[in-house]
Structure formats: C-alpha cells, structure tokens
Design a protein around this ligand. Structure first.
Ligand SMILES: NC(=O)c1ccc[n+]([C@@H]2O[C@H](COP(=O)([O-])OP(=O)(O)OC[C@H]3O[C@@H](n4cnc5c(N)ncnc54)[C@H](OP(=O)(O)O)[C@@H]3O)[C@@H](O)[C@H]2O)c1
Length: 436
C-alpha cells in the first residue's frame, strides 16, 4: 500500500511518547492519523489533539498538518473503546495500521487497575485489530510495550524472550508482560509487532520532556538535596533512550519496515551508562558533590524494611515514591537489542552516545526545575516548536515533490551494529509457553 493511502490509528497521543510518535508519523510517512484519546465527545478529543499539536508545532499547527490528523473520543477501558456503531464501522474500514501506545505507566496501581488499562485495554485494541484485519485492510498492529517486561531477570533479556519466570518489580511491569503474553497468542493470526523501549528520557538534542517520572524522580531527589546517596552498585546499568529515537524506532518497526511477528527492543543495550557515570554527570550539572553509591548484600532486605520504618513525619511523602523506585536500584536489568539494531542501523538511525544524551536531558531538568518552572518550559517549548516546524516543512516539501518518506535521517552519531550475543543458558522459547 502506498504510504499516502495509509491510515494509522494512534492511542496515547496526549502522553510523553505518543506526541513524539505523532510528529514522526507526520514527518516520516504520508499517512493520515486518527488519534484516539479520552474525552467526553469527538469535539473535546479534537480540542485535546489541538493542544498537543500547538505545544508540538506552535500556533496554527492544525492548519499546518492540513487535515492529516483527526481525533476521536475513545477509552481503552470501555468495550469497543466506547465508540458508536457507525464510528466503529468507519474506523474498521479505514485503518491500515494501529499503533497502541496508551497505558498507565504508574508503578503503584493495584494489579486489578493496572490490568484494566494495560491488559484489558490491549485486548480491546486487539479486538479492533481483529475486525480491521477481517473486514478492512489492516496491515499491522503495533504494540508499545516496555523492555521491563523482563522484570527481575538477571541476564540480558532478549527480544524473543518473554516468560522466563522472571518475577516483577511492580504491577506495571506485570500487566505489560501479560499484555505481551496475550499478543503472542495472536501472532499467528494477526500481523503484530511489539516494540519495547527501555527508560525514555527527553529529546536527544533539546532535552525537552513532558514527563518527569522514572529516572527523573531519583535525580530530582538528589538535585533537591533530599537524598545524597543511592543503594546501587557504581556499575549498575542505567539504560536510557531519548524520546525522539524511540518514536522514530516505533514508526520504523510498525509502519515503515519492521516485520510482523517480531519484537524490537529500543534500548542502549550493551552501551547503557553505569550508575557512577550518571552520578558524575548529574553532579556536574547540578553543581553538587556526586552522590554516594553503595551496594551490600544486606541492602536487599534491609532497605525495604527501612523504607517502611524510617520514613515518618516530614519524610512520609517521599516514602511511597522511594519504595516504588527502590527495586530498580536493587535489581539491575540489561537488554539485548539485536532486531532493533539491525533494522534501524540499516536505515542510518542511531541513538546518541549516552554521554552526549545525558547533558541536554539533565540541563533541561535543571533549567525547568524538574517541570516546576512553567515560564522556562514555555520558552523552551516555543523554541522546540520552531525547530519542529522547520523539520516538518522540509518533510512536507519532500513529500510534495513525490520523494520517498525520508527514512534514514540519522538521529545521532554512533552505530549500534555489531553487538555481541550472549550465551543463552536454559531459556524457554516464549512462543512455546503460550497456545498459538
Ligand atoms: N515513559 C517511559 O519511560 C516508558 C518506557 C518504556 C515503555 N513505555 C511505554 O510507552 C507508552 C507511553 O508511555 P508514556 O510515558 O508516554 O505515558 P504517559 O505520558 O503517561 O501517556 C499515557 C497515554 O495513555 C493514555 N491513556 C491512559 N489510559 C487510557 C485509557 N483508559 N484510554 C485511552 N487512553 C489512555 C493517556 O491519555 P490521557 O491523556 O487521557 O491520560 C496518555 O495519552 C506506554 O505504553 C508505556 O508502557 C514508556
């Protein structure tokens, strides 16, 4: 199908990653995009989309994208997303691709609530995909998972791995894992691609982010001088990827070139930073002495106990966040990225060198006081919108001249190719774990 015939249904556009995926779809494909987001009506959904477009591209953004992007109101937790019969029929007839990125990324939901959004919500999207495939023209269902479905698995988690009795740090990891298990049962019937990003941070050039959770939380505690230590080995891997690289990878894997039936891990992999490197750079940017990193065999049981016992009074409000992030310090995760590296490196798409990535990310966090300085955020976003407009205008001119969608615009300097594989040990192939 020519890419100007493609119609892509995107969930999660109001989120940190979703808006960047939308930008990549606009600049690297000629597809039309239908954004499903939570709202009381399609008009209200359109208003939410307009806000996203304005923050991305500045004033007049809607005219700039010229009818290529529309919104419908839909909620993952409702049957058929809560769409009426007519709207559903129209969507089924039009859709060539689904990019399902909406999720709850909270670590502290009950398992029931996390499953309702992340597992049942994926089932709802899968049911839409099944109808689009049977009655329409679906080419691909793409699911944005997380590299952390690998849970506490002690070795590098490969893209083919899934159920290795790994155990999970929280209900987020478990519910995303269960959604992947569900998808594996359908991979023989539907063209499904799974993308697993590791920890997503701000834009590789500007550091701009709209979310300050995950890695930003411990950094903020350190910058605010609340914790000057972390219970992690100095060699603890910290696998960070910039949001623009992830969005580009999502589009390449699901829309532009990746294969159905495959999983692509978008991570730094063996090039991941180590905790002491992140600590030193943070110390530089925030101009305080580096945090103390320590790891003893006692930590595994002593710190969880301490986190319940000691955090009282003025410390209480940090206790719950501390407990949520503690397992990430205690259990390191490593990822293999062979499929993603092969796909993206062949198109000249590379993540930035980790040392270069951290500088703009930390600088944006510092300048905006971790999202608390609205005026600086507005100024930076305005500058970012101007840069994006230029990039989009260039892409649209190329598209009008009939050139190919601009695959292969490298996002950074370093090749990801040539990563060594590791011995496999006694892994069970995930495909065999689930009825196909
Ligand atoms: N952030 C990371 O570091 C990271 C790392 C690996 C993987 N991921 C994955 O990347 C994806 C996007 O994450 P993110 O960080 O961008 O999350 P986010 O900023 O919290 O955005 C979540 C998005 O999902 C939507 N959503 C939530 N519940 C919904 C529902 N019931 N119906 C419809 N839409 C709903 C939200 O819409 P509202 O605006 O209506 O709330 C929002 O657009 C997720 O699948 C996540 O698992 C994220």
């Amino acid at each position: 199908m020519a890419d100007d015939q493609q119609c892509i249904v995107l969930t999660g556009v109001t989120g940190f990653l979703g808006r960047e995926v939308l930008f990549e779809l606009l600049t690297h494909t000629r597809a039309t995009v239908v954004c499903v987001s939570r709202a009381s009506s399609d008009d209200a959904a359109q208003q939410r989309l307009d806000q996203v477009l304005t923050r991305l591209l500045g004033a007049g953004a809607r005219e700039l994208v010229d009818g290529r992007v529309t919104a419908v109101a839909g909620d993952l937790t409702e049957p058929d997303l809560g769409l009426g019969a007519r709207a559903l029929r129209q969507l089924v007839a039009r859709t060539s691709h689904i990019v399902h990125g909406a999720a709850s990324v909270r670590f502290d939901l009950s398992l029931e609530e996390a499953r309702r959004i992340n597992l049942d919500g994926t089932l709802t999207m899968l049911e839409l995909a099944r109808r689009c495939f049977a009655e329409g023209r679906l080419e691909r269902f793409g699911y944005i998972s997380t590299a952390f479905v690998g849970g506490r698995y002690p070795e590098p988690f490969r893209e083919d791995d899934l159920d290795l009795d790994q155990g999970f740090r929280n209900t987020y990891e478990r519910s995303k894992f269960e959604a992947e298990l569900l998808l594996r049962t359908q991979m023989r019937r539907l063209p499904i691609t799974v993308v697993r990003p590791s920890i997503i941070v701000g834009h590789s050039q500007t550091g701009v982010t709209t979310g300050f959770n995950v890695i930003y939380w411990p950094l903020r505690m350190y910058a605010d001088r609340i914790f000057r230590w972390a219970p992690a080995s100095p060699r603890h891997p910290v696998d960070l990827v910039p949001v623009d690289y992830v969005a580009r990878g999502v589009v390449e894997a699901i829309v532009a070139g990746g294969e159905a039936g495959r999983t692509y891990t978008l991570a730094a992999g063996e090039h991941a930073q180590e905790a002491h490197q992140v600590a030193d750079m943070a110390a530089d940017v925030f101009e305080i002495s580096p945090p103390l990193l320590f790891s003893t065999p006692l930590d595994r049981w002593a710190l969880p106990l301490l986190s319940y016992g000691l955090f009282v009074g003025p410390w209480a409000r940090y206790a719950s966040a501390y407990r949520q992030y503690l397992p990430y310090f205690l259990h390191p995760s490593r990822f293999e990225t062979r499929n993603a590296s092969a796909l993206l490196a062949s198109r000249g798409i590379e993540p930035p060198a980790p040392t270069e990535l951290l500088q703009p990310v930390l600088e944006f966090a510092r300048a905006t006081n971790f999202g608390r300085n609205a005026a600086v955020i507005r100024r930076r976003e305005k500058r970012d919108a101007a840069r994006r407009r230029t990039a989009l205008a260039r892409a649209l001119r190329r598209q009008q001249r009939g050139g190919d969608a601009p695959a292969g615009a490298a996002t950074s300097q370093r090749e990801l190719t040539g990563r060594a594989g590791r011995a496999r040990g006694s892994r069970r192939p995930a495909e065999a774990m689930v009825a196909g």
